[in-house]
Each structure stands twice: as C-alpha cells, then as structure tokens.
Ligand binder design. Structure first.
Ligand SMILES: CC(C)(COP(=O)(O)OP(=O)(O)OC[C@H]1O[C@@H](n2cnc3c(N)ncnc32)[C@H](O[C@H]2O[C@H](COP(=O)(O)OP(=O)(O)OP(=O)(O)O)[C@@H](O)[C@H]2O)[C@@H]1O)[C@@H](O)C(=O)NCCC(=O)NCCS
Ligand SMILES: Nc1ncnc2[nH]cnc12
Length: 285
C-alpha cells in the first residue's frame, strides 16, 4: 500500500499543476469572452484597441499554458521563497517572449502573466489552502521579494505611468495582496450572484467595480489623469444606475462605452484583475 501511495503522489502533484494551468487559461478566456465589456476586446470586437482581437487574445492565452504550468510546477517544488521568486521571474520573462512570438509582437497579456503567474505559483505552493485570501497572501509575499535577476527598469508604459502619476500600478497591486481582486471583484461577484443577476451580469458588475476603483496604468498612459477620473466615475455611474442587469444600468453602460471609445482608452489592468478573480473563484473549495 505504501509503495502504491509513493508512486501515486508525484502523479497527483503533476495533475494538480496541469489543473491549475488549465484554470488560468480558462479564466483568461472567460475574461475576454465576457461581452459587452467597455473599451475592451470582447466577442463583439476590439474595443478601444487597434491591434487586438478576440481570436488573438484566445491564441495568446493558450500559448501561455506552458508558462503557467511551469510556474505551478515551480511553486510545488521550490521551497526556498527567494529562489522561487527568481525562478518565476525567469519563467515570466520567457512567457512574455512566448506571448510576443505568438502574437507577432503585440502585448496581449503582460499584466496577466504577472498577476496570474504569481497567483498560480501561490496556489500550487499549498494545495490544502486554495481560498482566495490565502492564495493572494502567498502571492503577495512572493511579489514583495526582490528579483535580483530582473532588469532594474522595464521601460514599459506602465512603469512610466507609475512614475509620472505617482501610482503603484501592477506591482503595488500584487504586493498589497491583490486588494481589488479580494475586496472588490470577488465580493461583487458573490453579491450579484446572490441577488439573482445572471453570471454574465455578475462578472460585468465585478469588472465595473474594479474599474471604478483602480489606478489603471493602461488608462493613465493613454489618457492621463483626466481620462482615469472620467473612466472611474463612468463605471461608478453604471453601478449606481443598477448595474448591468438593469435597464437603467444597461443604458448607462452604453453611454460609458461611448465615452471610453471617444477618449480612446481601455481598462486593460482591470480586465487582468477580473481574470485573476475568475481564476481564484474557479479553484476555491
Ligand atoms: C510588473 C510587470 C507587470 C511590469 O509592469 P510595468 O508597470 O513595468 O509595465 P507594463 O507592462 O506596461 O504594465 C503592467 C500591466 O499590468 C496591467 N495593469 C495596469 N494597471 C494595473 C493595476 N493598477 N493593477 C494591476 N494590473 C495593472 C496592464 O496589463 C494589461 O494591459 C496590457 C496592455 O497594456 P499597454 O501595452 O499599456 O496598452 P496597449 O493598449 O497595448 O498599448 P497601446 O495600444 O496604447 O500602444 C495587457 O498586457 C494587459 O495585460 C499593464 O499593461 C511585469 O511585466 C514584470 O515585471 N514582469 C517580469 C517577470 C516577473 O517578475 N514575473 C513574476 C512572476 S509572474
Ligand atoms: N479583454 C481585453 N481587452 C483589452 N486588453 C486586455 N487586457 C486584458 N484583457 C483585455
């Protein structure tokens, strides 16, 4: 019996890493497929983006499966937290290169690789504690460690926006334990499901609640502080009007979408955090 268990243990652990990577890809596809999303790529079209499409986002999500799988395996097998942080940093940068190769140089999921990469690693670290808060806390501990192998500056638009507008961006969100996932998106999902919204509307309302509260560097880098303030209050207006499940909320949502298109901005960071919430929701027990 002991010999059988010894043989089965590694198999079960390999299957768990595969399950987690599948769950990340499913969450990314659920996010991009959610329709209608203001300013973002969805089943209707490319929102405020010229170079993205639903097909490309799905292709990119699948191309990242090996990246998320490798991170989950690292989370299972590397006990030293500093070594783990640096290993997933390497895997993450290789994942960004794989994403660019798959999309012909278009940034589809850089923010998602970061957020979901940390979360999938943290989920794999302890399969007995898959609650959203526990996974997010472990992910935050990893994000807080300094990756000595990372370039000092990325030169990315997000980093520049953080400096210019004094916001924390994707890094601070992770280091704080994903507050917009744990305290905004997941409670909104739960609240909307409980009051009887259908799943699509519950997800849309969760997204709007994140948009209303997030310093999204995607919006800042394209439209500056004025655009961010307009977008945050536009999302709040939709929720106050009753949200996506109500007729007033639906008209407010249409108006909000027109505002985003006119400003030519897109809440890409909020979309990543919705995907993170959908991942944690999928794996929780
Ligand atoms: C830490 C990194 C994420 C690097 O971050 P940095 O800030 O240096 O640069 P960006 O890559 O520009 O920004 C980070 C992306 O994170 C998303 N995001 C934005 N605001 C927030 C927020 N407040 N909280 C959480 N997440 C946020 C967002 O991602 C989405 O938008 C992307 C498209 O954005 P962009 O290219 O600006 O816009 P386009 O419309 O494409 O450009 P134009 O059309 O205008 O030209 C898309 O990818 C979404 O995912 C931000 O873009 C991280 O990359 C890093 O350091 N990695 C190193 C590897 C590592 O350590 N990994 C650890 C293990 S996972
Ligand atoms: N649906 C989406 N549209 C545009 N950018 C995104 N980044 C992550 N998800 C996105």
């Amino acid at each position: 019996m002991a010999a059988v268990l010894e043989q089965r243990q590694p198999l079960a652990s390999a299957a768990f890493a595969g399950y987690l990577a599948d769950a990340v890809v499913a969450a990314l596809i659920d996010e991009v497929t959610l329709t209608p999303k203001p300013g973002l790529v969805d089943m209707r079209g490319r929102g405020a983006h010229r170079d993205l499409s639903w097909d490309l986002m799905c292709h990119s999500a699948w191309a990242l499966h090996p990246t998320f799988h490798a991170m989950a395996v690292a989370g299972q097998h590397i006990a030293d937290p500093q070594q783990l942080r640096e290993q997933i940093g390497l895997i993450g940068r290789q994942g960004e290169a794989a994403m660019m190769a798959a999309t012909g140089g278009i940034n589809t999921h850089r923010g998602a690789i970061w957020a979901l990469g940390l979360l999938v690693t943290a989920a794999a670290q302890d399969r007995n504690a898959p609650t959203p808060a526990a996974v997010a806390a472990r992910a935050a501990a990893l994000a807080c460690r300094h990756d000595r192998l990372a370039p000092a500056m990325t030169g990315n638009k997000g980093e520049l926006a953080c400096q210019q507008y004094s916001v924390g961006g994707a890094r601070a969100q992770a280091r704080a334990g994903f507050p917009h996932v744990i305290w905004v998106a997941l409670p909104w999902l739960e609240h909307c499901r409980t009051r009887g919204d259908d799943e699509n509307d519950a997800r849309l309302n969760a997204l709007l609640a994140v948009i209303a509260n997030l310093d999204d560097t995607c919006i800042l880098s394209r439209g500056g502080q004025a655009a961010l303030t307009a977008v945050q209050s536009g999302a709040l207006r939709v929720l106050i009007a009753g949200g996506a499940a109500s007729s007033h909320g639906r008209s407010a949502l249409q108006q909000f979408e027109q505002e985003l298109l006119a400003l030519h901005v897109s809440p890409g960071g909020a979309a990543d955090l919705l995907a993170a919430a959908l991942f944690l929701d999928r794996i929780k027990t």
